[in-house]
Design a protein around this ligand. Sequence first.
Ligand code: CA
Length: 242
Amino acid sequence: MAATILIVEDEEQIARFLELELRHEGYLTCKAADGRQGLDMALEGQCDLMLLDVMLPELNGLEVLRRLRRTSNLPVIMLTARDAVMDKVSGLDAGADDYITKPFAIEELLARIRRALKNADMNSEKGNGVNAAQNREDADVLVNGRVVLDKKRHTVKVDEHTVDLTQREFAMLQTLLENVDIVLSRETLLDKVCGYDYMGETNVIDVYVRYLRSKLDDAFGFKLIQTVRGVGYVIRSEQEDV
Ligand code: CA
C-alpha cells in the first residue's frame, strides 16, 4: 500500500512542488500550511511520514516536533535552510529522523524518504521505538566491500592496510558510508564535512573526492565513490571492480 506523506510547509510553491513530485513517485500526500495544523494532522495518525519545514507560522517546526515526540514515533524529515545551524542540531536533538537542506535535489529527498520509511518498518517489526538516525549513527564500524572505517579508533583500512586520511577526508568518507546508496549533493556534503558555518565554495567537495580516490581507488584498484552527474556523490552497497 502506498505510504502517505504529510507535507508541512508554508511556502505554497515548495509545498506544491513536493506534492507533485511525491505523487509522481506513487505516494499519497496531504498538506498543512502552518505548524498547528501540521501537528494536528500528524497526531491523527493517518500518515506514514512527515516532511517538516522549520520556519512556520503558528508553531515552528521544532516545537511541532517536540510536541509530536511526546506520543508519536512518526518518521520526520526536517527541511532546513542552508545557513540555519541551530535548526539541524536542534532538529535531531528533538527527535527528527533526518534532515535535508534547502535547496535540495528531489532525488536526495526521495532517497531519504525511502530510507526513513524502511527504518520505521524495521523498527515496528522489532517492536521498539529506536529512531532511525540513532541506529545509523550508533554503528562504530562501517564496512563497504574491502573498506572498513572505524569511527571510535578513527581509522580506515582496506584489506587490513591502514590508509592515512586527513580529518576532512575522513569525515567525507564517513558521511558517504553512513548514507550508502543515497546520492548526496555537494551542499549536504559540505555541511557534514566542513561544518554548518562554512561559507566557501562547494567545489572543495570535488577536491576531497579527488584525494579520496587517489588514496583508495587508485591505490587499491576499485571504484568506491561514484559521481552522479548534476546531483553529487554516492557510495553504492554493490561496489564495482575496476
Ligand atoms: Ca517556511
